[in-house]
Write a protein that binds this ligand. Sequence first.
Ligand SMILES: Nc1ncnc2c1ncn2[C@@H]1O[C@H](COP(=O)(O)OP(=O)(O)OP(=O)(O)O)[C@@H](O)[C@H]1O
Length: 261
Amino acid sequence: MRVRDTNEILLQVEGVALSFGGVRALKDVSFNVRKGEIRAIIGPNGAGKTSMLNVVNGFYHPDRGTITFKGRTRDRMQPFEAARGGIARTFQNVALFKGMSALDNIMAGRTLKVRRGLLWQALRCGPALREELEHRHRVEEIIDFLEIEAIRKVPVGRLPYGLQKRVELGRALAMEPDLLLLDEPMAGMNLEEKEDMSRFIVDVNNQYGTTIALIEHDMAVVMDLSDRVAVLDHGVKIADGTPDEVKNNHAVIEAYLGVAH
Ligand SMILES: Nc1ncnc2c1ncn2[C@@H]1O[C@H](COP(=O)(O)OP(=O)(O)OP(=O)(O)O)[C@@H](O)[C@H]1O
């Protein structure tokens, strides 16, 4: 149930600036993410992409600017508030509990959804038991969707990198986010793993209707997957538009694509 053709703004970032000591990582950056779209943020190394994601999910607090998510404007997000509000995130380097199974890692993504208190859970009766069954059902659906039944009981530290990334995506999906932030979902993957991950990203967007904002260095993937692409260079947004518009933008060719050739 794709909701791509809407102009409703889910996330608006307005005039965000962020410095680390003397390094100005973001300089007055504004962009939005529409409900239902796949939105990419690209740019050369050090352009400010990860810093931008970190501002959106509250890991970093901007020096200036505002973030409006689902109609609520604030000058900073708290990570917990962002997660509770419906923003989930995966990381450049996989951040899973390596000794735990794929199933338990994905189950951990349900933590924010737990409604019953600890006592109820400890007693494992009545409403708490019903709630746990509901969570397990949802997690099994995600495991099916990501085609990882065969490795559900395997400690994730023993899985190949591509599958670890898939489990990490599963954990983010378990939060049932409105906005899914993916930090270099294809990094370190071989071609086959990239194709699989691309397919899952499109399917998440299509079937769950999840809005996705991603950072990615693989240009072919970005241009293929995204509805719109914002380009950062040295902390400044230098272009924003459809993949075709961005591909043909002179400043982008100079700043980014030029670097690759
Ligand atoms: N925690 C930090 N402390 C100090 N400087 C930082 C920190 N995080 C980022 N920076 C600096 O901010 C700038 C932007 O970094 P950022 O990681 O956001 O870029 P990026 O576009 O994600 O790069 P890459 O593609 O290499 O991951 C860089 O100059 C970087 O060195």
